[in-house]
Structure formats: C-alpha cells, structure tokens
Design a protein around this ligand. Structure first.
Ligand SMILES: Nc1nc2c(c(=O)[nH]1)N[C@H]1C(S)=C(S)[C@@H](COP(=O)(O)O)O[C@H]1N2
Ligand SMILES: [Mo]
Length: 211
C-alpha cells in the first residue's frame, strides 16, 4: 500500500480539498458492521418495493441488472468518523435508472436502501436521484471485492459512507422518512459531508430533518 502517497492537488479529495473534519487515509480501508456475505447468484436479486406507482414489486436478477444503463463516477469516500479514502472510480447502474424502470408513486419522498443481513440506510429521494448516485458493480476497472460490497453497492458521493450500503439488495420507496441502521444508532439522519452532518445530536440544526 502506498502509505505516504499524496494525490495531486486537482484530484477530488486531495489534501487541500478534504472536507472539514476529515483526514486522508492511505489506501482503501474496509469498514462495516457484521460479517461479509457470500454471493449466491441463484438466490440473489435486487428488489424494488414499497410505494411504487404500479403498486407492484420489481425484482432483477444480477444478470438482468447488468442490462441496465451504466455510468462512471469518480468520488472520494468519507466515513462519518473522519477517515477519507480517495481515488475511487465507480462503475455501475445510475440510481435514476431504477426510478425510470420502476416509477415511484407521486407521494414518495424518501427511499430505504437495504443490504444483506438487514443493514439499511434512509435517503431523501433528492439524494437518491442525484446525478452522481449509482449502484456500483466495479471499482477502478475491476469487479468489487467481497469486503467492499460485491456484487452491488450503493454510492452516494455527497453523503457520508454509512449512507451507501455494501451488498445492496433492495430499494424501498417510502412516503415518509424512517431511520435506517446507523441513523437509529446515533448517526445523522441526512449525512451531508459538506455540512458535517455526522451525528443525530446535530439534527436540531439541520433544516427540518429532526428524526
Ligand atoms: N452493508 C453495509 N454497508 C456499509 C456499512 C455496513 O456496516 N454494512 N458501513 C458503511 C460505512 S459506515 C462506511 S464508512 C462504508 C465503508 O466502505 P469501505 O469498507 O468500502 O471503505 O461502508 C458503508 N456501507
Ligand atoms: Mo463509516
């Protein structure tokens, strides 16, 4: 690992451009709660459910998912506890492709992103449809590794890392907000990096997002 390597100044997340309160860490640490799930292609699906416009549930197998539009996003990864890793080129399905394929009911305001073992993260619909939000299958030109979320991981570059579930399995359309896994355990309901929204005790200052 290139421990003392510094990104050039014009690279997103280079030291000069680190968001407030973040520190650059070498390489790409692995950080999550619980075990790393095993991918079983015959059982795997991505499920879109909740307040869909049709009222139905939509499921993609992994093969079907790879037929959706693809995009590349370069972004840094900011953990709410401080570490930032840089140089991530994500490739995968833009979140907007989910909305196009499975339209939400007009009342939908939030989504819950679900992962294996019940991990979840709630997002405002506006964060989910942000142009840089994607469901990544690849990182720096290679298939995601198991510990970084293979086969599918949500990436929401402007939000802290806990808003991007690794081992993504579901998108639930919601007509009201509901807290996800870390949001129920003291982390900020919104999680915007730029505004340093790390912990739930800060929420009184966040515009109307009190849980
Ligand atoms: N399923 C799942 N996804 C998760 C987490 C987790 O505990 N479970 N942790 C999140 C947190 S807090 C961070 S900072 C990033 C870390 O991603 P990395 O291990 O690829 O660096 O994963 C996020 N996605
Ligand atoms: Mo994190």
């Amino acid at each position: 690992m290139a421990g003392d390597q510094q990104a050039p100044p014009d690279t997103p997340g280079a030291p000069g451009r680190l968001p407030p309160g973040q520190r650059l860490v070498p390489g790409w640490p692995v950080s999550h709660y619980g075990p790393v799930p095993r991918f079983r292609p015959e059982r795997w699906n991505l499920r879109v459910f909740g307040a869909t416009a049709s009222g139905g549930v939509h499921e993609w197998t992994f093969e079907e998912l790879t037929a959706l539009p693809r995009t590349t996003v370069v972004a840094d990864l900011h953990c709410a506890t401080g570490p930032t890793s840089t140089g991530h080129e994500w490739y995968g399905v833009p979140a907007t492709a989910v909305l196009d394929a499975v339209p939400p009911a007009p009342e939908v305001t939030h989504v819950m992103a679900w992962a294996e073992y019940g991990y979840s993260a709630n997002l405002r619909l506006s964060d989910f449809v942000s142009a840089a939000t994607l469901m990544a299958t690849h990182h720096n030109g290679e298939t995601l590794t198991a510990e970084h979320g293979f086969p599918l991981r949500l990436v929401v570059p402007h939000l802290f890392g806990y808003k991007g579930p690794k081992w993504l399995r579901g998108i639930e359309y919601m007509t009201a907000d509901r807290r996800g896994f870390w949001e129920e355990r003291g982390y900020h309901n919104v999680g915007e990096v730029r505004r340093e929204q790390r912990y739930s005790y800060q929420e009184a200052d966040a515009d109307g997002t009190d849980g």
